[in-house]
Design a protein around this ligand. Structure first.
Ligand SMILES: [Zn+2]
Length: 75
């Protein structure tokens, strides 16, 4: 699809690193599948993937994690 941020690039399937902060927890997910703009690098992440990330962040926060880095694994 065409990038809505820069309006020039086309997005390509790729992998990105996503950082989420919830409460005192910082979660870093690597290898998250996304559509990445070839021009500006903006990453577009699926709603389903976003939901999984938020749920994982929530779970981590509840267990008292402060910083965690993990590879994203699709459910
Ligand atoms: Zn772009």
């Amino acid at each position: 699809m065409k990038c809505v941020i820069c309006r020039h690039g086309e997005t390509q399937p790729g992998r990105v690193t996503v950082t989420l902060e919830r409460g005192g927890a910082t979660l870093v997910f690597k290898e998250v599948p996304a559509q990445v703009c070839e021009n500006c690098g903006e990453a577009y992440i699926d709603e389903a993937v976003t939901k999984q990330l938020l749920e994982a962040a929530q779970a981590a926060q509840e267990t008292g994690v402060q910083v965690e880095i993990r590879a994203f694994v699709a459910a």
